[in-house]
Design a protein around this ligand. Structure first.
Ligand SMILES: CC(C)(COP(=O)(O)OP(=O)(O)OC[C@H]1O[C@@H](n2cnc3c(N)ncnc32)[C@H](O)[C@@H]1OP(=O)(O)O)[C@@H](O)C(=O)NCCC(=O)NCCS
Length: 143
């Protein structure tokens, strides 16, 4: 089941915070972020009452930016990130957004495979953005 997490979902936010702290090298404090950042949107994939994966986006009026997508290691290659991506694309269509952008480490083959599957195209390179490894900016046009 995919669910959009909102500011009142305290249990889900706490569970997500553990995933951010333990698995993702990012110091985001989700509760504070939810209060201060009106653009934040997170979709989680839940199985047996447990968060298995999530996609975090910025919903910036006429476009989405994917900030993060993550699936717990033991659950990968089961189409979970694809389902999250389809949900985000559906939500973007409903909001009439123009495009979805993201940035990815050029060595992240799995993530690039996911984005290409959904027709994201490379549009720029950020030289050395990830500790010396290039970042690739990708964009999916929605209209
Ligand atoms: C990237 C990630 C989210 C993919 O999650 P997933 O649930 O395994 O992805 P899916 O099963 O939906 O696969 C989606 C597509 O990704 C690509 N893909 C997934 N694993 C791949 C691999 N090992 N090699 C190449 N492509 C791969 C394929 O195109 C796949 O489509 P297909 O199965 O129809 O061929 C997951 O590997 C992950 O959490 N990685 C760590 C976090 C990360 O790097 N996030 C991206 C930050 S920009």
């Amino acid at each position: 089941m995919i669910k959009s997490v909102n500011i009142d979902n305290n249990n889900l936010i706490d569970e997500l915070q553990v995933i951010y702290n333990e698995f993702i090298n990012q110091k985001l404090e989700l509760k504070k972020e939810y209060v201060s950042n009106p653009y934040l949107k997170i979709f989680v994939f839940i199985d047996n009452d447990k968060i298995i994966g999530f996609m975090e986006i910025s919903d910036v009026i006429d476009r989405y930016e994917i900030n993060n997508v993550y699936v717990l290691e033991n659950y990968r290659h089961n189409g979970i990130a694809s389902m999250l991506m389809e949900k985000v694309i559906e939500s973007g269509k409903e909001s009439n957004i123009e495009n979805i952008t993201l940035e990815v480490n050029k060595n992240n083959i799995q993530a690039i495979g996911l984005y290409k599957k959904y027709d994201f195209k490379e549009c720029a390179i950020r030289k050395g953005y990830y500790n010396g490894v290039d970042g690739i900016l990708m964009k999916k046009e929605m209209i």
